[in-house]
Design a protein around this ligand. Structure first.
Ligand code: FO1
Length: 308
């Protein structure tokens, strides 16, 4: 069964890891949001790509979900002492990733090539693709003006009130090599429980992605459980944009794309409000075993969800 997962952030990386445990590596491709990418200290930082790759490699920090396990902060502490910006915390191990990525990009490699090389070095089995090799930064429209994503998310701790999003340059962007081909050949496409607004929507806005999913089994796993986001600002974003945050709101968000939807057991009472096949599952992934079990349930459900 050829499976493509769309992912961004910590929740997405966890289900990607479950899928990687459940499937032979050659059967899984993870397409990752790059709208969060930015330059810091002259380095190219790709948080969602790194979160997914570190998680699949077993290198991720188990407390934060992002960054490296066993991290030290010598560089950051010394940068802070020199008066450098310390709001975005780059650990010593993580810094090696950004240094080498930046060097390779400057030498002419594409982000896809760099990602493939890093995955090989880290022993990541599944194929991990950035959504595009072009720069398509997510801009958050707020009551304090337009903010680049990491300024909104980390520097401002998601405090400004959101009024919309802009994926700058998306219309002119080209999908990364393999993105459209793997989507069009997939037996199942899984939207991981990532933020619909700022993790999955950037991928869906890359030209050709939507069309490549036509005729496929497409299943989304809700990141909203009991009206709350498991992690991050998704629920706050729904509320500020005028929609009550719920799994139903997530299903409606992806209207026209899905052939099935997965929500948590806590939200079992919402099933009658959904006009598509629905799987009720325990979606809270507290350990690697939970990730595998959810992945297996989602795969079994998705296998039967090919549109007629
Ligand atoms: N998130 C934070 O809340 N604070 C940080 O200082 C921070 C640093 C960081 C460094 C590398 C990296 O790959 C991720 C990092 N993140 C940090 C997470 C990141 O901002 C978000 O997880 C994503 O962009 C949202 O999916």
């Amino acid at each position: 069964m050829k499976v493509v997962a769309l992912a961004g952030g910590v929740g997405g990386a966890k289900l990607a890891d479950g899928l990687a445990q459940a499937l032979p590596p050659e059967d899984l491709t993870v397409i990752v949001n790059t709208g969060d990418d930015f330059n810091h200290y002259g380095l190219r930082i790709c948080p969602d790509l790194d979160t997914v790759c570190y998680t699949l490699a077993g290198l991720a920090n188990p407390e934060t979900g992002w960054g490296r396990e066993g991290e030290t902060w010598n560089a950051l502490e010394n940068l802070n002492r020199l008066g450098g910006p310390g709001w975005f915390r780059l650990g010593d191990r993580d810094l090696a990733t950004h240094l080498e990525r930046t060097r390779r990009l400057a030498a002419g490699e594409t982000l896809s090539q760099v990602t493939a090389a890093f995955c090989a070095a880290w022993g990541v089995g599944p194929r991990v693709l950035p959504m595009t090799d072009d720069d398509v930064p997510t801009i958050v429209r707020t009551d304090e003006g337009e903010l680049p994503f990491q300024e909104y998310f980390v520097a401002r701790q998601c405090a400004p009130r959101v009024s919309g999003f802009h994926f700058r340059g998306a219309a002119q962007a080209t999908p990364a090599p393999g993105v459209l081909e793997t989507l069009a050949a997939a037996d199942a496409i899984i939207f991981c429980p990532s933020n619909p607004w700022v993790s999955i929507d950037p991928i869906l806005n890359i030209p050709g992605v939507w069309d490549a999913m036509k005729g496929r089994a497409v299943v989304a796993v809700s990141p909203i459980v009991g009206g709350q986001a498991l992690k991050g600002p998704a629920a706050k974003m729904y509320a500020e944009l005028g929609t009550e945050p719920s799994a139903v709101a997530v299903a409606k968000h992806y209207r026209g794309l899905l052939t099935g939807f997965v929500l948590d057991t806590i939200d079992a009472g919402l099933v009658s409000l959904l006009d598509m096949p629905t799987l009720v599952a325990d979606t809270i992934m507290q350990n690697r075993g939970h990730r595998l079990r959810l992945a297996q349930e989602v795969l079994e459900f998705a296998a039967g969800r090919v549109p007629q």
